[in-house]
Design a protein around this ligand. Structure first.
Ligand SMILES: *[C@@H]1O[C@H](CO)[C@@H](O)[C@H](O)[C@H]1NC(C)=O
Ligand SMILES: *[C@@H]1O[C@H](CO)[C@@H](O)[C@H](O)[C@H]1NC(C)=O
Ligand SMILES: *[C@@H]1O[C@H](CO)[C@@H](O)[C@H](O)[C@H]1NC(C)=O
Ligand SMILES: *[C@@H]1O[C@H](CO)[C@@H](O)[C@H](O)[C@H]1NC(C)=O
Ligand SMILES: *[C@@H]1O[C@H](CO)[C@@H](O)[C@H](O)[C@H]1NC(C)=O
Ligand SMILES: *[C@@H]1O[C@H](CO)[C@@H](O)[C@H](O)[C@H]1NC(C)=O
Ligand SMILES: *[C@@H]1O[C@H](CO)[C@@H](O)[C@H](O)[C@H]1NC(C)=O
Ligand SMILES: *[C@@H]1O[C@H](CO)[C@@H](O)[C@H](O)[C@H]1NC(C)=O
Ligand SMILES: *[C@@H]1O[C@H](CO)[C@@H](O)[C@H](O)[C@H]1NC(C)=O
Ligand SMILES: *[C@@H]1O[C@H](CO)[C@@H](O)[C@H](O)[C@H]1NC(C)=O
Length: 789
């Protein structure tokens, strides 16, 4: 008998133990296959991803002739490693003279088509890329007969900073061969090798000068194996185990000479760290003497400590738990009844994926999280911050995944801020800092391309929502003082210097100019998306200034003034929807269109400048405008894209309108139309590329169906003591009947458990902790629980 234990089962053992009553596990009877891109077996449509934040692994192939695709977070081409004069997309001299010309053109005619002074060239932007394959061959495994049982397990451990491969065979181990390869790069750029207990690969992204980014990976036999080892010239280690040996383990460690702390002027923005050899060696050697079961145990404890912070319990009313995951997904239909088992499974998967791709010390999750098999994945698998990066983190705040958020803040602080200060100065003659839409890991903060895609200085303002929310959920004042507030203040400083008195409508308000709505429309002024993001930023930074006791009154006076005067980005078009641009409709842009982005609704969801700071959540006039906008925007399949994230975003927005049917429809639509059999979301219907935002965002959409917990402006007075209203179950479908939630975190530091009846109406809530007071209501407005101080 041959048993190929799915690698990720082990990695997820604790997840499934915690949820064991519901038996939620992704599983497959057939191993993942490898076929490039549009071929049937595209690995990202069949493989299960594993990771510990820095490292990502996808095993594929038949047991016995298996390969593990290996990724490390900082392996990128481009940047200062490939061009020592790399500037992060910044021009060599000031360009801000152009600003007044751009602004006058826009104020005269409403738009401009000339942003050429600001557009960079994207040279040496680089790309996230695969490190290589570790191939593992086990002699004769396919022809074994009798009662032999093989078990293979692979997992990536955060505590041990490494991945592990374990194989056991009840009747004694056959010979095993392992080696590293990268078939995609010129072979003179890599050096595979081996010795008597390990294989390795050393590579560099270019020979130089300058010398490219260096990387190294190793796989070493754990413990004192009795196997007889031979190392071939080509770098294959062949192990012939002793007769009595029944198991063997390898540790897989990797590193690069990238160092995010070297991305500032003190280090000439080199991002260059030390040669990775010493740290890779040390990481691997540190575990060689450890007992495998101890390593596995500490991995599971670590994983469980995060997974267990939150539980979503949904019924398995279709008896799906015993069915292979790919079958569940292929049988799942938008016009069917849904499948609460699969929906809960994908919710858990969202949290699993974030934990696996974003942990302390790693870079944040990029467009593919931590999993690519290519040298140049779509959009370079970079950081698009006009919805995608944001969506990646939607599930974190409320489900206790604060440990996964650190990389995001480190990245903004170390990677964006230093170059972003230059950009603010060079393009906008401003202090503070700014970046645009597309970011690499080398401080790219300039405007990379065509303004329609890249004229996006509002990215950091939107990202500051994550900073404020992290504080709002944790109430960690020390963190806010040391990390959060300095980030927010830098961005707010930029924006208060940029807002201009609206000389087009002359209504006395302040507007952003130039601006454009992400990926569509003209370069203009007063874009709804900008105004909403900046509004939220300024409200939040005022709160943060009070909490951290900033004495810089010059700054707070400027913010207060700007807040009072700024246009808040909510205007209604003649057809009743929210206007995306402030210019008159007669200029022809504010028509009803089905564009994938919902940029002018960011203040509704995931933001809250409209929903909370303008009290839109309970205002029937505003609700009606949101409703009309969502109806007009369609179902996320317009000719411009058929991506999962567009549907997931729609689902979350509808939930905030208490519209269960629509919220659930768009959730089902995303799963039906964009999710492959291994649970990963594809961009073009169910065709590659894989993009992780819909996977991670699905967690946020489901949370949006479960709760509305809006922030309120923090003020310097007693209003902070008024009970917070939390709406539980705004959009719980009937098929989730009788379900419950444990451990939902609330703004203000609280946490609540709740459950609902057969109609999806929340009937019971128990506040578990929290310094602040809460009033919990269900969607009918009935009180379901009171907080205690
Ligand atoms: C860097 O140098 C290259 C080659 O000399 C040149 O083509 C490129 O424009 C320079 N880039 C910057 C940002 O100066
Ligand atoms: C990994 O293995 C597959 C299947 O043999 C191959 O197509 C692919 O190019 C390999 N990837 C790398 C990075 O070598
Ligand atoms: C491997 O080689 C090293 C020297 O290169 C030697 O010290 C060690 O004993 C060898 N180990 C085995 C298992 O042969
Ligand atoms: C930075 O560049 C300057 C001038 O090119 C050089 O003098 C200095 O040593 C460099 N510093 C580092 C840390 O590379
Ligand atoms: C699920 O299984 C239970 C117990 O075997 C059975 O009573 C029920 O009818 C099944 N439900 C469906 C939808 O098949
Ligand atoms: C740039 O900013 C400085 C300081 O605020 C100001 O004195 C100068 O006039 C500005 N330059 C332009 C071209 O706007
Ligand atoms: C949304 O529009 C639909 C169709 O016009 C209408 O039936 C519904 O009441 C509206 N909902 C809100 C919240 O305005
Ligand atoms: C999505 O919208 C398109 C029209 O924009 C329509 O053809 C399609 O049927 C819709 N899909 C569903 C599942 O309703
Ligand atoms: C906040 O309130 C305290 C006490 O009432 C007062 O001393 C302080 O000046 C106020 N700060 C601001 C920024 O209004
Ligand atoms: C959704 O429910 C909440 C709580 O009852 C209510 O305040 C809000 O107005 C409702 N929204 C709509 C669109 O009905």
């Amino acid at each position: 008998m041959l048993l190929h234990m799915s690698t990720w089962l082990v990695a997820f053992v604790f997840g499934s133990l915690i949820l064991v009553t519901q038996g939620r596990v992704l599983w497959s009877k057939t191993p993942a296959t490898h076929g490039f891109k549009n071929e049937e077996g595209y690995i990202l449509k069949t493989a299960y991803p594993l990771g510990n934040g820095r490292l990502g692994i996808m095993p594929f192939g038949h047991p016995g002739s298996e390969k593990l695709v290996l990724n490390i977070d900082s392996l990128w081409s481009g940047g200062p490693f490939e061009a020592s004069n790399y500037t992060g997309g910044n021009p060599l001299e000031n360009k801000h003279d152009a600003l007044s010309r751009i602004r006058s053109t826009i104020f005269e005619s409403g738009t401009t088509s000339d942003m050429s002074d600001f557009v960079g060239n994207g040279n040496n932007y680089g790309s996230y890329r695969v490190l290589g394959n570790l191939t593992v061959s086990i002699d004769g495994i396919e022809t074994f007969t009798g009662n032999q049982i093989f078990k293979i397990a692979v997992f990536c451990s955060h505590p041990d900073s490494a991945c592990f491969y374990h194989v056991e065979a009840s009747g004694g181990l056959p010979p095993i061969s392992i080696s590293f390869e990268n078939q995609l790069v010129p072979q003179d750029l890599i050096r595979p090798g081996c010795d008597n207990n390990s294989v390795s690969i050393i590579g560099v992204t270019q020979t130089g000068p300058p010398e490219g980014l260096k990387y190294e990976a190793t796989a070493r036999v754990l413990g004192s194996s009795d196997a007889e080892a031979t190392c071939s010239e080509a770098g294959t280690l062949r192990l012939v185990p002793a007769a009595q040996q029944t198991s063997i383990e390898f540790v897989i460690a990797a590193g690069t000479n990238y160092d995010q702390t070297k991305g500032n002027s003190e280090h000439n923005y080199t991002f260059r760290g030390t040669d990775p050899h010493a740290i890779v060696d040390k990481t691997a050697n540190a575990v060689l003497a450890k007992d495998y079961t101890r390593i596995l145990h500490s991995h599971m404890l670590d994983f469980a400590s995060l997974v267990s912070k939150f539980t979503l319990s949904l019924p398995d009313s279709l008896n799906s738990s015993g069915i292979e995951t790919a079958h569940l997904i292929s049988g799942y239909k938008v016009d069917g009844p849904g499948d609460s088992f699969l929906e809960a499974l994908l919710f858990d998967f969202a949290r699993y994926l974030l934990i696996s791709s974003s942990r302390t010390g790693s870079l944040p999750a990029n467009l593919q999280g931590r999993w690519t098999e290519e040298l140049k994945p779509e959009w370079r698998s970079d950081y698009h911050a006009n919805i995608n990066l944001q969506m990646n983190y939607w599930v974190a705040d409320q489900t206790g995944l604060q440990a996964a958020q650190g990389p995001l803040f480190d990245y903004m602080r170390l990677n964006w801020t230093p170059r972003g200060r230059e950009t603010a100065n060079l393009l906008y003659n401003s202090t503070g800092w700014v970046t645009h839409n597309e970011m690499n890991i080398f401080g790219h903060s300039g405007m990379k391309s065509d303004p329609k895609w890249a004229n996006y200085p509002v990215a950091p303002a939107w990202m500051m929502q994550h900073v404020w929310d992290y504080f709002d959920y944790t109430q960690d004042v020390t963190w806010l003082t040391e990390v959060g507030y300095p980030l927010m203040k830098g961005v707010a400083t930029f924006w208060v210097s940029q807002l201009q008195e609206d000389a087009f409508t002359n209504d006395g308000t302040l507007v952003a100019i130039p601006c454009n709505s992400p990926e569509q429309g003209p370069t203009t002024f007063g874009c709804a998306h900008y105004q909403q993001a900046i509004h939220a930023l300024l409200v939040n930074v005022m709160g943060a200034a009070l909490i951290t006791k900033d004495t810089d009154t010059l700054f707070s006076d400027k913010v207060r003034l700007a807040l009072a005067k700024m246009d808040k980005g909510l205007h209604v078009a003649s057809w009743g929807g929210v206007k995306e641009w402030k210019m008159p409709e007669s200029l022809g842009f504010d028509t009803q269109n089905k564009h994938r982005h919902l940029s002018h609704l960011t203040g509704w969801y995931p933001g809250y400048s409209i929903a909370s700071y303008l009290r839109g959540y309970t205002d029937s006039g505003i609700q009606a405008a949101i409703n009309k906008t969502l109806i007009a925007r369609g179902n996320g399949t317009a000719s411009d894209a058929d991506a999962g994230w567009a549907k997931i975003w729609r689902s979350a927005c509808w939930a905030r309108l208490n519209n269960t049917d629509e919220a659930y429809f768009h959730l089902r639509y995303a799963i039906d139309r964009n999710f492959a059999g291994n649970g990963l979301s594809m961009y073009k219907g169910v065709q590659p590329p894989f993009q992780i935002d819909a996977n991670l965002g699905l967690g946020g959409a489901i949370l949006s169906m479960l709760v509305v917990d809006l922030p309120r402006a923090y003020t310097n007075g007693s209003s902070n003591d008024v009970a917070r209203t939390v709406v539980l179950g705004p959009a719980i479908p009937r098929s989730w009947r009788g379900g419950s939630v444990r451990g939902l975190l609330l703004r203000g530091g609280g946490s609540v458990d709740f459950s609902w009846d057969n109609e999806g109406l929340v009937t019971q809530a128990t506040l578990r902790s929290g310094q602040a007071k809460y009033q919990m209501v269900n969607k009918k407005g009935e009180s379901v629980g009171y907080g205690v101080h």
